[in-house]
Write a protein that binds this ligand. Structure first.
Ligand SMILES: *[C@@H]1O[C@H](CO)[C@@H](O)[C@H](O)[C@H]1NC(C)=O
Ligand SMILES: *[C@@H]1O[C@H](CO)[C@@H](O)[C@H](O)[C@H]1NC(C)=O
Ligand SMILES: *[C@@H]1O[C@H](CO)[C@@H](O)[C@H](O)[C@H]1NC(C)=O
Ligand SMILES: *[C@@H]1O[C@H](CO)[C@@H](O)[C@H](O)[C@H]1NC(C)=O
Ligand SMILES: *[C@@H]1O[C@H](CO)[C@@H](O)[C@H](O)[C@H]1NC(C)=O
Ligand SMILES: *[C@@H]1O[C@H](CO)[C@@H](O)[C@H](O)[C@H]1NC(C)=O
Ligand SMILES: *[C@@H]1O[C@H](CO)[C@@H](O)[C@H](O)[C@H]1NC(C)=O
Ligand SMILES: *[C@@H]1O[C@H](CO)[C@@H](O)[C@H](O)[C@H]1NC(C)=O
Ligand SMILES: *[C@@H]1O[C@H](CO)[C@@H](O)[C@H](O)[C@H]1NC(C)=O
Ligand SMILES: *[C@@H]1O[C@H](CO)[C@@H](O)[C@H](O)[C@H]1NC(C)=O
Ligand SMILES: *[C@@H]1O[C@H](CO)[C@@H](O)[C@H](O)[C@H]1NC(C)=O
Ligand SMILES: *[C@@H]1O[C@H](CO)[C@@H](O)[C@H](O)[C@H]1NC(C)=O
Length: 614
């Protein structure tokens, strides 16, 4: 039998290597820069390649996890023995116990090397395998886990495990992302702002934008978080003021002191926890320096300070601008649910709120014709209870696609995402944001509002060419909600006894009732005539496209291959054994898998789980 297996291995090692792609993306998963994950993918073949490098000479492990923990995680573990032979297998986590080797091995090893300091493991797989023990790789947030061991015995210990939320299937803009030669940077920050000792503070400061001679384009915006305040700075927004604004009021709390803080509502940058710098594609930038352009901005920082500490902060953003003009001016449209009388009941596993936007009245709000809006990026935003957000797009009453979607939304990982294709919004189209919340851990209702424990349901659409519509928000009728719950005073919703029927009743009322829509022009000062126009509408149904079929390809796992001359061990590759695989190869592979399975089973007793944080 051993002879048979080895001859089969020899045969298989002659087979052409599997898919490898340029590893265009990378992330560092630890604080010291020693855990580096790189990856690349092919959207059309639905194949992804990962490369994990760690400072370890023991086993290295990689996984995808529903929540960052071991349970339900889809794991691969590999390494190089001291005698230079390699091992590699597809496992799944069943809890805080040994991961179990999958019967179907859906990961293909491409490279496994080790030198004096680190181990590098490269492997690929299909986005969707047909193994219920693997997780599907889909667009949206995915929790990636990694771990390593001190030696090749896969043993339990608390150290050396890492988890990170990542958007794996991320897109790069078609127009490219290059930095202009002529580039100037400019910082907009708080200046030792005294943050009050309270859980939620929205700090605001009016700041001049770069004083430039003639039109320039801002092409990149980077967060500047004061060292030490990383856990307190929850989001940073930058709003452009109307072009004729000249404000001189001292920094303060945004929304409960001076009503002047309510002005300047055109979002030009949105950063939230987990996000990084945002760069505009090469054909578009934020215009400054023209007569129509803003000369002031409002910097708004949401401080989340649950322990009510006293601290000062000088966080903000760094702008990069150029006189090397791009063809288009960028605009950012904020859509979603208005912060009105609306709430999520407690103990709801999956409650949905909506924001509807009809673009029909955009020309009226804009004061002139509105060109088709070419959307190239988006950012979604909810607070802690948010679990999924999607933005559906309708034309002539029918859904034509999505303008943003994350069905595994993670509050701690909010970033601007480029769309795969530029998507056109034509005047008359409708946009509908849907946010799904889980409030199983809450006893009282969760109201819409600014605090971290309140909720929001927003999407920011990055588009060109710019128009003056800044917001298009909606809310259901408060009267409909109160009638459905049989309360006569808005305050009484706090004493409603919630059960499944009441939750469903409220859900149905929100879904079927009329929405009041409010569309705002950012160039006209708030409270001045023409600054907003209202509309009404009814929510649409949202449909998902059919799921892609899964890929049945399996690969052999590696227990011990014969030692090569160097520590570079090219992976043994196997053909795709989809229905066209040859009978004899298939037979050999089954034998190998059986042998390896027995080998692993024998080894099983010594296999203990690598620990992952929950
Ligand atoms: C290499 O070492 C591993 C682990 O000790 C062992 O299982 C394997 O049989 C060895 N292989 C060879 C070719 O010596
Ligand atoms: C080992 O490989 C890593 C990754 O290629 C490299 O950064 C490191 O310098 C290498 N170390 C040695 C001792 O060669
Ligand atoms: C902006 O802030 C960054 C980071 O603190 C700093 O390196 C840079 O020098 C600042 N730029 C200006 C123009 O002050
Ligand atoms: C904030 O105050 C500290 C201590 O007084 C000072 O060192 C620092 O330069 C100030 N930061 C800014 C941005 O003014
Ligand atoms: C502001 O922009 C408008 C056009 O949007 C223009 O008519 C007006 O002159 C500008 N105001 C200033 C102070 O530049
Ligand atoms: C914060 O500062 C205020 C005013 O200086 C003081 O009254 C309060 O006790 C401080 N709170 C904490 C938690 O240090
Ligand atoms: C993007 O465009 C390509 C080429 O037209 C198409 O195949 C693909 O399905 C589009 N993607 C989306 C998400 O619409
Ligand atoms: C519409 O939005 C504006 C700006 O936020 C606000 O002042 C106004 O009260 C809203 N109007 C309605 C009818 O909701
Ligand atoms: C939306 O879906 C519901 C339930 O499937 C259906 O009863 C209703 O007719 C649909 N509405 C529209 C506008 O398609
Ligand atoms: C697609 O698959 C997911 C689970 O992966 C399932 O929840 C969803 O209903 C499926 N969608 C369709 C249209 O079948
Ligand atoms: C992965 O996607 C395939 C194809 O859509 C589906 O059949 C399968 O159930 C999904 N697997 C999981 C674990 O959701
Ligand atoms: C994958 O293989 C299983 C078992 O052989 C089979 O039932 C299933 O139909 C296959 N799926 C596809 C998409 O080929």
């Amino acid at each position: 039998m051993a002879l048979l297996i080895f001859s089969a291995l020899l045969l298989l090692s002659l087979v052409v290597p599997g898919q490898q792609f340029e590893l265009s993306f990378s992330t560092v998963m630890d604080n010291d820069g020693n855990v580096v994950l790189k990856w690349g993918f092919n959207q059309y073949d639905e194949q992804i390649t990962f490369q994990l490098q760690m400072n370890s000479q023991g086993w290295v492990g990689f996984g995808l996890s529903p929540n960052g923990g071991m349970k339900g995680a889809d794991i691969v573990i590999g390494g190089v023995h001291p005698n230079k032979t390699t091992y590699f297998s597809d496992y799944h986590g069943i809890g805080n116990t040994a991961p179990v080797r999958d019967t179907l091995q859906n990961y293909q090893l491409l490279l496994l090397t080790e030198n004096g300091t680190s181990t590098t493991m490269r492997f690929s797989r299909a986005f969707r395998t047909c193994d219920s023990n693997d997780m599907n790789i889909t667009a949206g947030t995915i929790r990636v886990i990694a771990a390593y061991g001190a030696d090749d015995t896969i043993a339990y210990h608390r150290e050396n495990h890492f988890t990170q939320s990542i958007n794996l299937l991320r897109e790069l803009p078609v127009a490219g992302l290059s930095s202009p030669k002529d580039s100037v940077s400019y910082n907009i920050t708080m200046n030792n702002y005294t943050v009050p000792a309270q859980p939620t503070t929205y700090g605001c400061a009016f700041v001049p934008l770069p004083n430039v001679n003639g039109k320039h384009h801002i092409y990149k915006i980077e967060p500047l978080i004061q060292a030490g305040n990383e856990l307190l700075v929850h989001h940073i927004l930058l709003y452009a003021c109307p072009n004729n604004t000249n404000i001189s009021i001292a920094p303060g709390e945004c929304y409960n002191t001076n009503p002047l803080f309510f002005q300047c509502l055109q979002v030009i940058n949105v950063w939230a926890v987990g996000g990084k710098a945002f760069q505009f594609p090469d054909n578009v930038g934020l215009s400054i320096g023209s007569p129509d352009d803003p000369s002031y901005a409002r910097l708004e920082i949401h401080y989340n300070n649950p322990e009510a500490k006293n601290f000062t902060d000088s966080s903000g953003v760094q702008l990069y601008y150029t006189k090397d003009l791009r063809p288009y001016n960028a605009g950012i449209l904020e859509i979603g649910s208005a912060l009105s009388f609306l709430f999520i009941p407690p103990s709801a596993r999956s409650f949905r709120l909506y924001g509807l936007c009809n673009t029909q009245k955009f020309p009226e709000v804009n004061g002139q014709q509105v060109a088709d809006m070419q959307v190239f990026a988006y950012q979604l935003h909810t607070h802690l209870a948010g679990r999924a957000v999607r933005v559906a797009h309708y034309r002539n009453g029918s859904q034509i696609g999505f303008l943003g979607r994350d069905m595994t939304y993670d509050f701690n990982f909010q970033e601007v995402k480029y769309l795969e294709n530029i998507t056109t919004i034509k005047m008359g189209d409708a946009l509908q944001v849907e946010c799904t919340y889980n409030t199983m851990d809450r006893r009282g209702i969760t109201e819409m509002g600014l605090g971290t424990m309140n909720e929001m349901c927003m999407a920011f659409l990055f588009y060109y060419p710019k128009n003056n519509v800044s917001h298009c928000l909606s809310s259901p009728s408060a009267t409909d909600i109160m009638n459905a719950l049989h309360v006569s005073n808005p305050k009484d919703v706090n004493s409603v006894e919630w059960d499944e029927n009441k939750i469903n009743l409220l859900q149905q009322t929100i879904q079927e009732g009329k929405q009041d829509i409010n569309i705002t022009n950012s160039q006209i000062h708030l409270f001045m005539p023409g600054s907003f126009v209202t509309d009404t509408g009814y929510l649409y149904n949202i449909t998902e496209g059919a799921n892609a079929t899964c890929n049945n390809a399996t690969f052999s796992s590696l227990a011990a291959t014969s030692a090569p001359n160097s520590s570079m061990t090219p992976a043994m590759n196997e053909p795709n054994l989809n229905n066209n695989g040859s009978g004899s190869l298939r037979g050999s592979v089954i034998l190998i898998n059986l042998a390896l399975f027995l080998f692993q089973a024998a080894l099983g007793a010594s296999l203990r789980p690598p620990n992952r944080s929950p």
